[in-house]
Design a protein around this ligand. Structure first.
Ligand code: T46
Length: 138
C-alpha cells in the first residue's frame, strides 16, 4: 500500500501542553500549497469516498480520534489517528474513507496543490479502472 505513517515532532511540556510541528520538504516530502481542516463532524459519520489522481497529502488529527481507511484497489487498510504526533503521508492515488470515532475530532490536511475538482475520482468503479490503466502504462 502506497502510504506511510510518520511521527510528527511533538514537544510535550509538563503542565502547559504539547506543541507539534512539521516543515515542508524536510519532514514531509513535498511543498505545501494548501491547508484544510474538517470540524464539527458528529461521531459515526463517514466522509471521503474518493481518491486523488495527483495530490500529495499529510493527514493528521490534532484532536480526537478518526479512522482512515485507505484502499489501493486491491488491499484495504485502517489507520487510527488519535494523537497530534501521528500523521499519514499519501503520495499516490488511494481511495479513502474517514470515520469519526469521537465527537469534535478534527482532521487536518497539508496538501501539495490548490483545490481542483478535476483531481478527484469520486466513483469507486472509476477508481478501479484508473488503477488498472496506471498498471498497464507502467
Ligand atoms: C481529502 C479528505 C481527507 C473546496 O472548495 N476546497 C477545498 O480545498 C476542499 C478540500 C474542498 N472543497 C469543497 C469541495 C466540496 O464541495 O468542499 C466540499 C467538501 O469536500 P469533500 O466532500 O471532498 O470533503 P471530504 O471530507 O470528503 O474530503 C476532504 C478533501 O476534499 C479531500 O481532499 O483527501 O478530506
Amino acid at each position: 500500500m502506497q502510504y506511510r505513517t510518520i511521527d510528527i515532532k511533538t514537544i510535550n511540556q509538563e503542565g502547559i501542553g504539547g506543541l507539534s510541528f512539521f516543515e515542508a520538504e524536510k519532514d514531509i516530502p513535498f511543498p505545501i500549497k494548501r491547508i484544510y481542516y474538517i470540524t464539527d463532524v458528529p461521531m459515526g459519520i463517514k466522509r471521503g469516498f474518493h481518491a486523488h489522481k495527483e495530490l500529495k497529502q499529510l493527514l493528521f488529527c490534532p484532536y480526537g480520534k478518526i479512522c482512515i481507511t485507505l484502499d489501493d484497489g486491491i488491499n484495504r487498510e485502517d489507520i487510527i489517528l488519535d494523537a497530534p504526533s501521528k500523521g499519514i503521508v499519501i503520495e499516490s492515488p488511494l481511495w479513502r474513507e474517514m470515520l469519526w470515532l469521537e465527537e469534535n475530532s478534527v482532521l487536518c490536511v497539508a496538501a501539495s496543490d490548490y483545490y481542483s475538482e478535476q483531481d478527484y475520482i469520486r466513483d469507486y468503479d472509476e477508481f478501479i479502472e484508473f488503477q488498472k490503466a496506471k498498471e498497464i502504462a507502467q
